[in-house]
Design a protein around this ligand. Structure first.
Ligand SMILES: [Zn+2]
Length: 94
């Protein structure tokens, strides 16, 4: 992924393919579901981009934190990944 003209990288710019790359980087897509052992994960998308969810964290981040998620195709268990971390890894910032 690329930074925008302001030099920042935005979670909204991450593509499904890039999120797939991130998951593959860490073999997360090969990890079985902890609940049912299912091996197939769905990456929910909206307008061809991964869906970003906002988790409320009232005591430290009033605006909450953003996460990508994948869900087990069998039981629906969701695994969440902080958008901040995904973007940093994709940008090679660590
Ligand atoms: Zn499952």
């Amino acid at each position: 992924m690329k930074a925008r003209d302001d030099g920042k990288a935005y979670a909204q710019d991450v593509t499904l393919e890039e999120l797939g790359d991130f998951l593959g980087m860490h073999d997360l897509n090969k990890a079985g579901c902890q609940y049912c052992g299912g091996k197939e994960w769905d990456l929910p998308a909206h307008e061809d981009k991964p869906v970003i969810i906002k988790l409320p964290t009232p005591s430290n981040h009033p605006d909450g934190i953003n996460a990508f998620f994948m869900s087990c195709a069998n039981c629906g268990r969701m695994e969440t990944f902080l958008t901040q971390t995904v973007v940093s890894r994709l940008m090679g910032w660590d």
